[in-house]
Write a protein that binds this ligand. Structure first.
Ligand code: GLN
Ligand code: ZN
Length: 763
């Protein structure tokens, strides 16, 4: 008999109920008890969705973040939160998570947030000091276990393993995190005892760092840890996900635990090796249902592969999704507007667990026991494989026809630069913005009305044109050098383009938690990508018709479109990215034809696609850079290409970024205090750079002096002839009353610097 279980379920709720409860609580609209009641309802429903499995997972739910929950479980709060000022624990929890809870509780400096492995989920980074002490606080977890057991569930709790917990944290005093292991392990041992007393027999203990490149000291720490925990009274299911084990495979197989879970979706090829290495007293849990993507599994194909494995392992085989389902939308049932044909190809968290059960039944009782489900599945798999919506031969031909020269500009930067100077006639240190201007309630309302058919196309167009005209006037009054149309027509930088390309689908409720109460709704790329009509040419052309100054056309790049979507799994990601690149290339060329002399292609998410293992980075960067270059580099020399990236760490990918060969790159620098600019000391970035001179994420109005300071730092590393002045990202979340004085100060700083430079060249 194969056993079924799950690694974790989304917490947010199919209708984002948890989000709304959290936000109502922070606003002071509901009491703590209302919030806790809403949370309990979510847990109850999540367990219901898993009730047909052999084990129900507990401990995966969180009010904000499961890593933060681990810090509470282990008694590791940053010292600034430990003083008991009578703040209720619930509020203190939110203070660590987000710097504040309700208005009644004092604010604090929140814990840092960072990305969870290669997902778009963000966790709160544990903080460590040399003298950090741990203390077990098991009550929350124990009460979750009791709650689920009372409802008759067969409970398998999940916790984060000690080594991954240390790995994910940061030392605040340069101490070695591994030195804390000796103090941490007794707390884990005590926890195991408490769990056993609560009737727990199996514990899922997550050590996803086993799929990353580990220094020997960390590999050793894993050995030490599980050697010490093996005497414990509960059986440990050591759980890894998000990739293959590779050089850690033998280690993972040999650690003294009762079972091992591996991600068997991305890399089936490792499974046989694991089976060979795994001692015969251990169970093997195979993550066979993809927990990172929304496609239905090919159940018949899976069975062909699993049946021999099942015969070999029998009772020792467990089946699960590849990772926690946290990274998927909750329930496909809520989608009634998705085209029926496409809907039939998809599977969200709830449906994935049903697939899992069908698989297990087929293995345990024979395929006949689930014959109907298997036939239905086979039909929808083959419908997708053959759909005209998915496969368009013209696009494949175009892809096959990609040549090297398509990714290259006509001339090297130095000669382009001359042509661009002559054509654009910009002053030294030109000023510009990143694209969007404030999105007022009226604009949002207008877009919504148009969408819902409440206003005509003409009314919509003229409202947008009015807004564009307003943006242009403001920019001219401030005196900016390169203007933008302001992006009033865009709800989201990926969705807007996706909606106008063939091959994309959009859900109504396909929300996935990004952090805390924040969710994103990634588009679904299901088929070959084509651009039926031009997308931005009319808006940008209209803006350009209103001014003598150059208006910068604004596009989202292919890599960002890819990295912020659910991507089809029936061809390499690189190919999908190249299809996007070809479609966007046509848009670029059409903008150029329409007289737009500067085009910006945003790659906000380029970094997010980096594989977990550094050894795989180059392959990714190669095709990502190729895709960007195909989009951008078909233009004539005098046309200036900009790109924008909104993160500060790119020291480690600077060469790839330079090879994109954009004429100008604008980047975020203000928050990292120009630290980022250090990279330009070691690496001589050849083209032009606009270091973001102020942080658009706060309502604060930057001071001219601060902007000057940052620019002076920049000028130490990059000659002023290659510098631009701009904010560090788009302004859509700001108010006009913040934006205008901020940009005025920025323009003022440019004036002062130009004057100074002029004087010094005259002297
Ligand atoms: N052009 C986009 C904007 O200004 C860029 C957004 C981003 O980088 N995240 O909104
Ligand atoms: Zn940005």
């Amino acid at each position: 008999m194969a056993t079924t279980h799950n690694l974790g379920f989304p917490r947010i709720g199919a209708k984002r109920q948890l989000k709304f409860a959290l936000e109502a609580y922070w606003r002071g609209d509901i009491d703590p008890s209302d919030l806790l009641e809403a949370a309990e309802q979510r847990r109850r429903e999540n367990l219901q969705f898993q009730r047909h499995l052999d084990w129900q997972t507990v401990g995966d739910f969180s009010l904000y973040d499961h890593v933060l929950d681990s810090s509470f479980l282990l008694g590791n709060l940053p010292p600034r939160f430990r003083r008991n000022d009578g703040i209720p624990p619930l509020d203190n929890y939110f203070r660590v998570a987000r710097g504040r809870s309700t208005d009644e509780t004092p604010p604090a400096v929140a814990g840092e947030m960072t990305k969870w492995f290669d997902t778009n989920y963000h966790y709160i980074v544990p903080e460590f000091l040399r003298d950090t002490q741990f203390r077990l606080h098991p009550d929350a977890l124990l009460s979750r276990i009791a709650e689920a057991s009372e409802h008759g569930h067969q409970v398998k709790p999940v916790i984060l393993g000690p080594v991954t917990y240390l790995w994910l944290g940061k030392s605040k005093d340069d101490g070695d995190r591994l030195d804390l292991l000796d103090r941490l392990l007794p707390v884990y041992r005590a926890l195991l005892t408490r769990l056993a007393e609560a009737g727990v027999t199996w514990l899922q203990i997550d050590e996803p760092i086993l799929v990353t490149e580990l220094p020997p000291a960390w590999q050793h720490a894993l050995r030490m840890t599980y050697y010490q925990l093996q005497a414990g009274p509960v059986k440990l299911l050591l759980t890894t996900y998000f990739g293959r084990l590779r050089e850690n495979l033998q280690l993972a197989c040999e650690l003294p635990v009762a079972g091992l879970h591996i991600d068997a979706c991305r890399h089936r090829d490792e499974v046989n090796q694991v089976i060979d290495w795994l001692p015969t007293h251990k169970i093997l849990s195979l993550g066979v249902i993809d927990g990172r993507n929304i496609w239905k599994s090919d159940l018949n194909g899976l069975l062909d592969w699993l049946e021999p494995i099942h015969r070999r392992l029998d009772e020792r085989l467990w089946l699960a999704p590849s990772c926690s389902l946290l990274h998927l939308p909750v329930d496909l049932e809520s989608e009634n507007e998705l085209k029926a044909e496409i809907g039939a190809w998809l599977s969200f968290a709830r449906q994935k667990l049903i697939e899992l059960q069908v698989l297990a039944t087929a293995l345990n009782q024979g395929r006949e026991a689930v014959a109907q489900a298997l036939t239905d599945n086979a039909e929808s798999i083959s419908a997708r494989q053959q759909s005209q919506r998915v496969h368009r031969s013209a696009i494949h031909e175009r892809l096959a026809g990609i040549t090297r020269s398509m990714a290259q500009r006509q001339s090297p930067y130095a000669s382009r630069r001359q042509r661009q100077r002559e054509s654009l006639r910009l002053p030294l240190l030109p000023t510009t913005t990143i694209g969007s201007f404030p999105q007022t309630t009226e604009i949002r309302q207008c877009r919504r009305d148009y969408r819902n058919g409440k206003i005509t196309q003409d009314a919509y167009s003229s409202a947008m044109q009015q807004e564009i005209a307003y943006c242009i006037r403001q920019q001219e009054t401030i005196g900016l050098d390169v203007l933008v149309h302001g992006e009033p027509e865009r709800n989201d930088m990926v969705e807007y383009f996706g909606e106008q390309l063939d091959g994309f689908a959009f859900t109504r409720h396909g929300w996935v938690q990004s952090y805390g109460s924040r969710c994103v709704k990634p588009p679904i790329i299901y088929g070959d990508i084509e651009r039926p009509n031009s997308i931005t040419v009319d808006w940008t052309g209209y803006a350009q018709s209103l001014t003598e100054k150059p208006v910068k056309g604004m596009l989202t790049g292919p890599v960002t479109m890819l990295n912020w979507s659910f991507v089809r799994d029936d061809q390499p990601r690189a190919n999908t990215c190249l299809q996007l690149a070809l479609a966007l290339r046509d848009e670029v060329l059409e903008l150029e034809q329409a007289g737009i002399r500067i085009i910006q292609i945003d790659e906000a998410a380029l970094r997010e696609g980096l594989p977990l293992r550094r050894s795989e980075w180059q392959t990714y960067l190669d095709w990502a850079v190729q895709a960007f270059s195909i989009t951008a580099n078909g233009v004539q020399d005098p046309t200036q290409i900009h790109t924008h990236m909104c993160y500060s760490e790119f020291n480690d990918i600077i060469e790839a970024i330079a090879s994109m060969d954009a004429d100008v790159i604008t980047i975020e620098t203000s928050r990292s205090d120009a630290e980022l600019l250090d990279v330009f000391e070691a690496f001589d970035y050849p083209n032009e750079i606009g270091p973001g001179v102020y942080d658009i994420h706060t309502p604060n109005i930057p001071d001219t002096q601060d902007i000057l300071k940052l620019m002076r730092q920049a000028m130490k590393r990059i000659p002023p002839e290659r510098l631009w002045i701009n904010p560090d990202c788009g302004l859509k979340t700001r108010q006009w009353r913040e934006v205008i004085p901020a940009l005025e100060n920025m323009q003022q700083a440019a004036r002062i610097l130009r004057e100074k430079i002029l004087q010094s060249t005259l002297a």
